[in-house]
Design a protein around this ligand. Structure first.
Ligand code: NI
Length: 390
C-alpha cells in the first residue's frame, strides 16, 4: 500500500525528475544538480547538510523524535555521455549528456523520501540521505567512503534502489547475496619488432601474437573457472597497425572481467597475465599487462535483505516480490559502501521500455511513489518508535 501522503508527493517528484532530466551532469560535475538537491532539502527543513565527502553530491541528516540508531538511504545523481534520442518536452538540454540510467528518478525518489521523513519524523534515531555523485565509471561511492562518510556518522546499514526497465512494473527484486558483479579492466601492451610486410622473417609480429593471446584468453572461462561459478572475460578493443605494408611494432588489447567471487577474480587476473606473457614469449615478443580493479561485486547482506523484503512486502505485497533473482553481471559502485557497512541494493521493476544506457531510455515516473514508500518502510522497520518500549 502506498499512503495518501506519499501519493500526494508524486506530482512534485515528477517535476523535480523532469528538471534534473533536462539538465544532466556527469561524474563529479554535478554542480547544478547538487545545488538543486541542497535547495530542496533546505526547503524541507533539513538543514544539517554536508558536501565535503566528494567534489559534488550531498549528505543530509534527518533526526527522528529521539536519538537512536543511524541508517542511510542512498541515491546516485549522475548522468551519462550519450546523445538523447527522446522526443519529450523535458529532453536533455546538454547535447551529448543524458540521464540514461534513471539516476534522475533515483534522485527525485530520495528527495521525496527526505521531504516525507522531515515532515513526519515518526521514527527513533537518524536517517542519513546520501546523494552520491559519479556512479558511472568514476566510483563516487568509493570517494565518499574514503573521505570518511561512515567514520563521521555511526551508520549501521545503507539501502539503495535501482530502477530496472523490462522487469515487472513496481515489483521488487531482492537478493540475499550477490546482486551485481565486480568490474575489472585490463590492458595488454605487446611489443615486437616492426618490419616490412614483405619481409616478416625480419620482424616479431605483434598482430599474430595479439590474436593468439585473444584466442587463449577465452580458455580462462571455459577451462580455468569452475563451471558452477560466474565469470566473464571480454576483449573489447584491439589496436595495431596503420597501413598495408608494415608489420607494426606494437599492439594493444583491452578488455573487462566480471565475477562475484574474489577467488575467481584473483584467478582471472593471474591467468590473464600468465597467458599474455607466456604467449608473447613464445612468439619472441613482449607483453606488459596492466590489470585494474574498478568496482568490487555488490553483495547484499542477508539480514538487511530480510528487512528489505519485509519493507517491500508492505508496499507491493508478497505477489510483487521476486526473492533471490539471478544476479546481473553488470556492476555498481554501491559495492564500495557494502564493503564498509551492511546493507542491501534492490531492483525496482519499471515495466516495458528502452534499456538502461540506451539513447531512448526514460525513467518511468510510475515507480517514484513506490520507491518512496519502500524507503519509508525501511525506516519503519529499522527505526520503529515501538523500540522505545523495549
Ligand atoms: Ni545506474
Amino acid at each position: 500500500m502506498i499512503s495518501n501522503s506519499i501519493n500526494q508527493l508524486k506530482n512534485e517528484m515528477i517535476a523535480w525528475r523532469h528538471h534534473i532530466h533536462a539538465h544532466p551532469e556527469t561524474a563529479f560535475e554535478e554542480v547544478n544538480t547538487t545545488q538543486f538537491i541542497v535547495e530542496k532539502l533546505q526547503s524541507f527543513g533539513i538543514t544539517e547538510l554536508y558536501t565535503h565527502f566528494a567534489p559534488t553530491g550531498v549528505v543530509g541528516i534527518i533526526k527522528g523524535q529521539q536519538e537512536g540508531r543511524w541508517i542511510a538511504l542512498r541515491a546516485d545523481i549522475d548522468a551519462l555521455d550519450i546523445i538523447e534520442e527522446n522526443n519529450i518536452d523535458y529532453c536533455s538540454t546538454v547535447r551529448g549528456k543524458m540521464h540514461a540510467c534513471g539516476h534522475d528518478g533515483h534522485t527525485a525518489m530520495l528527495l521525496g523520501t527526505a521531504k516525507y521523513l522531515s515532515e513526519h519524523r515518526n521514527f527513533v534515531g537518524t536517517v542519513v540521505v546520501i546523494f552520491q555523485p559519479a556512479e558511472e565509471n568514476e566510483g563516487g561511492a568509493r570517494v565518499m567512503v574514503e573521505n570518511g562518510l561512515f567514520e563521521q556518522f555511526p551508520i549501521e546499514a545503507v539501502y539503495g534502489i535501482h530502477n530496472q526497465p523490462n522487469m515487472k512494473l513496481n515489483h521488487f527484486y531482492i537478493n540475499h547475496g550477490p546482486m551485481m558483479a565486480s568490474y575489472d579492466v585490463f590492458e595488454i601492451k605487446i611489443t615486437g619488432v616492426g618490419a616490412h610486410a614483405a619481409a616478416p622473417h625480419l620482424g616479431k609480429d605483434t598482430i599474430l601474437t595479439a590474436t593468439q593471446i585473444v584466442n587463449s584468453l577465452q580458455s580462462i572461462v571455459s577451462r580455468n573457472a569452475d563451471p558452477l561459478s560466474s565469470l566473464v572475460v571480454s576483449i573489447t578493443q584491439i589496436h595495431s597497425g596503420d597501413t598495408w605494408n608494415v608489420l607494426p611494432q606494437k599492439a594493444v588489447i583491452r578488455g573487462t572481467v566480471r565475477t562475484f567471487s574474489a577467488q575467481v577474480q584473483d584467478m582471472a587476473e593471474q591467468r590473464i597475465k600468465q597467458i599474455a606473457t607466456g604467449i608473447a614469449t613464445a612468439f619472441d615478443a613482449k607483453a606488459d599487462v596492466d590489470y585494474q580493479r574498478r568496482y568490487p561485486a555488490t553483495i547484499n547482506y542477508a539480514k538487511q535483505a530480510d528487512i528489505a523484503i519485509a519493507a517491500a512486502n508492505k508496499v507491493v505485497g508478497q505477489e510483487n516480490l521476486v526473492i533471490d533473482p539471478l544476479p546481473s553481471m553488470g556492476s555498481e559502485d554501491f559495492a564500495f559502501m557494502l564493503q564498509k557497512i551492511p546493507g542491501v541494493y534492490v531492483w525496482l521493476g519499471a515495466g516495458k521500455g528502452a534499456n538502461l544506457h540506451n539513447p531512448a531510455f526514460n525513467f518511468n515516473d510510475e515507480v517514484l511513489a513506490t520507491g518512496v514508500s519502500y524507503f519509508v518502510e525501511i525506516v519503519n522497520q529499522e527505526l520503529a518508535i515501538q523500540e522505545l518500549a523495549n
